[in-house]
Design a protein around this ligand. Sequence first.
Ligand SMILES: NC(=O)c1ccc[n+]([C@@H]2O[C@H](COP(=O)([O-])OP(=O)(O)OC[C@H]3O[C@@H](n4cnc5c(N)ncnc54)[C@H](O)[C@@H]3O)[C@@H](O)[C@H]2O)c1
Length: 349
Amino acid sequence: MSKKVLITGAAGFIGFHTATKLLEQGYELIGIDNLNDYYDTELKKARIGNISKLNKLISKNWRFIKCDLLEKEKLDNIFKSFQPEYVINLAAQAGVRYSKENPSAYINSNIVGFMNLLECCRDLKIKHLLYASSSSVYGGNKNLPFCEKNEVSHPVSLYAATKRSNELMAHTYSHLYNLPTTGLRFFTVYGPWGRPDMGYFIFTSKIIKDETIKIFNNGQMMRDFTYVDDVVNALTNILEKTPCASDDFDFYRPNPSKSWAPYRLFNVGNSNPTKLLDFISIIENCLGKKANKEFLPMQLGDVESTSANINELNKWAGFEPKTSLKEGLEKFIKWYIDFYKPDQLIKKS
Ligand SMILES: NC(=O)c1ccc[n+]([C@@H]2O[C@H](COP(=O)([O-])OP(=O)(O)OC[C@H]3O[C@@H](n4cnc5c(N)ncnc54)[C@H](O)[C@@H]3O)[C@@H](O)[C@H]2O)c1
């Protein structure tokens, strides 16, 4: 009998890749997503369509249900009829900058939606809830690389505040109901089937169209860009590695990433921070085209640099990112060209 996993945000970038990998590994999956129009819904539907095209033996273990985390009754019914053993929450209102435009989308999906999911997990006594947090919880921290034991009480965007809230809410459920939870702080994930609102996607699309790209903080930004397959490997490797209470938890000098309850938090990054301008140069080289650049000041809500210390996840699950930026961006651009077939590049070749 296959083990049962419920994955939310399955039509999203990381959800789609995770679902594909878990199906290949023989799990039985239900994917849910509300297919909202924060970005191109055709891309979300194409991701779901691509999962259904997998070999028949694999795709028989897959079902997609359009459902919003806010539809509590529907969610309850899905949980009761499917009886998942494991739950992965990748549904969220993502994006730092959009949280200034539409704050309520973040409160609805990331706070109320996450609480609904916690309640379903509590009722069904599921074995392990894995959920996406973000490097943005480190907010105004300046001591790089970011470490899970760092203080994270100074978010600089509402998005970050909702992600930190998820970690705190998960801890409460781990403590009150003995629900094993693991939060994963992802660091700028990129790759094929990626997100059209993210820098690497916008840069690629604009460079191809000869449009000007906006570079904030005059290019003085650094990001720990992490390839999606490395993130998915981390997720799938720890799915069945249920956290237990830390016997050595020190109540007088508490480490925020551990607990007396079955609760863990891990950074999932590449541990190789790269300057934004170097990152753009790799995209230019892959495309064989130079970008027209407009340098602009720092935007409120952005952080200047991110860099992940990944020692904890390495100790816990042997995590080691394997994909170089050059290799990862080549794969992204190959996918982009196959998927969008941009006239400008086709005419040139
Ligand atoms: N991609 C990154 O660089 C990155 C970095 C840090 C954290 N994260 C987090 O990882 C998770 C996955 O991110 P992603 O890049 O795949 O984003 P994504 O936007 O591609 O995927 C999220 C999916 O969730 C769905 N969704 C949103 N609200 C929902 C709701 N209320 N009910 C049901 N479905 C809903 C969306 O339709 C979307 O398909 C998110 O929690 C995100 O905040 C991503």
